[in-house]
Design a protein around this ligand. Sequence first.
Ligand code: TEU
Length: 555
Amino acid sequence: MTDENAWWKEAVVYQIYPKSFNDTDGDGVGDIQGIVEKLDYLDDLGVDVVWLNPVYESPQEDDGYDVSDYRAIDDRFGSMEDWERLRDGLHERDIRLIMDLVVNHTSDQHAWFTASREDPDGEYGDYYMWMPGEPDDLPNNWGSCFGGPAWRYDREREEWYLHLFDPTQPDLNWRNPDVRDEVAELVDWWLQQGIDGFRMDVINFISKPEGLPDGDPDQDWVGLDHFANGPHVTEYLQELSERTFDQYDAMAVGETPNVSVEDAREYTGDDGPLDMLFHFEHVRLDFVEKDWWDVGDWHVRELKEVFSRWQEGLADEGWNALYLDNHDQPRSVSRFGDDEQYRYESATALGTMLLTLRGTPFLYQGQELGMTNYPFDSLDEIRDADARNRVLGALDAGKIDSFESVKDVVRYRCRDNARTPMQWDDSENAGFTDGSPWLPVNPNYETVNAAAERARDRSIWTYHRDCIALRDDHDVLVYGDFDHLVPDHEQVFAYVRADDSERVLVTLNLTAQDALVELPVSGAVEQLLGNYDRDETDLASLTLRPYEAQIYRLS
Ligand code: TEU
């Protein structure tokens, strides 16, 4: 949905993965009280919205994306009273709160599913995607996101059920109006508790096409082209939005694999049901033929091409959500930057890009510290259902003979890279817990941590704080047009953000080599922010040092 000016366009969002943020009760798992203790940290950084990954009651088979009760806080994370303290503490600091809405599927421990499997003719019998059939005859060839088929045969009901993710995450049947009512009621319930919106998990998967046709078997995720953006998605979301979000001026951010810019215009444009969405184009650049097992090279030019196409495609209609990191992705400094020699330079260059493109930036916990990937050495260190299922499945099928043989790719892709504990200081367990952390702490915590970052004037943390403040002070960075310069340059991403009153130039060298760039700009300039000192103000011809990022006001 497009509103000319909107609070959610002006906001910088900070994503918190509660399990790994801060543990106050010593069980090794982060908790809500732990977030409450860090509210001033968030305030100091200057973020406007917190997005909380799922904290609902859940068996945690997929780290909370398997919800067993949508209206209860999981004991591991605390109580509803803790949650209220968090909400109030954020609101007192003018920080809004959005939650995670996981309603493509539930946990198999959810009461709806238990009832559904017990009694096909009962009230909940039609809440899930059940299919009749013999136990050795899969209903279609769709695959699970985490490897293996997307169907499980249920011995109790003697039918198959669909699970696009883990077998413990059965897909809801959105064709059933009762399911749509349940979802609207729970969304409304949370909005009444005072939250400011939702990030909506794989929300473009909710409408499965009639007949559940087979997918192209050569795809990495077989069936994706059928279950993504299905026939009734817009209608279902429109209905949900009218019944709930629209009544509260709440923010609706869709997580939507397999969407094009054109799809995004529909979802987020004038009549669309979402405010913005997460697409996956830039985080697929390092896949060879979309294959998880094959890590490919990505190129600066491709990254620029993706971002500029989305900038231009949503210029007049719709709105971008911008991200480089989240709980499903390896750390951006390890992926798109250099997590060794140029950690400061590359983390700040990527941060500059995130915070100066047109759209709502989403920072993920630890990104503001330049946290890096973790050197996983064995499957025992990995909790991520995605990596585990894939590796165990491949071992089972005899496609690989050891973890060792795929260690490099697992290290690169594993979602736990993003989920290791937040590094607060150089004390034991990085100050995350007094107990034994649920995932190992990255061994670099003695140097990479919030206390050290905040103590230095020139640090990744201070740079992010300053860049957020700069965005707050310059409307042009929110609403201004995006004008892409030197699109063919192999190393430099450069663009001008412009409105009637101001023009701001951003130049980013996204490589570890010096880059010479001739820019079609002229006029007196003022440096607003940069990750290197630079005196000269003639921008027509510049040599940018490794990962140099500069933001200038043009006359
Ligand atoms: O992720 C959906 C998704 O399709 C991917 O991000 C996926 O995790 C990745 O491609 C695996 O390689 C969402 C959540 O963000 C994720 O944490 C959940 O596991 C998933 O949905 C199921 O709810």
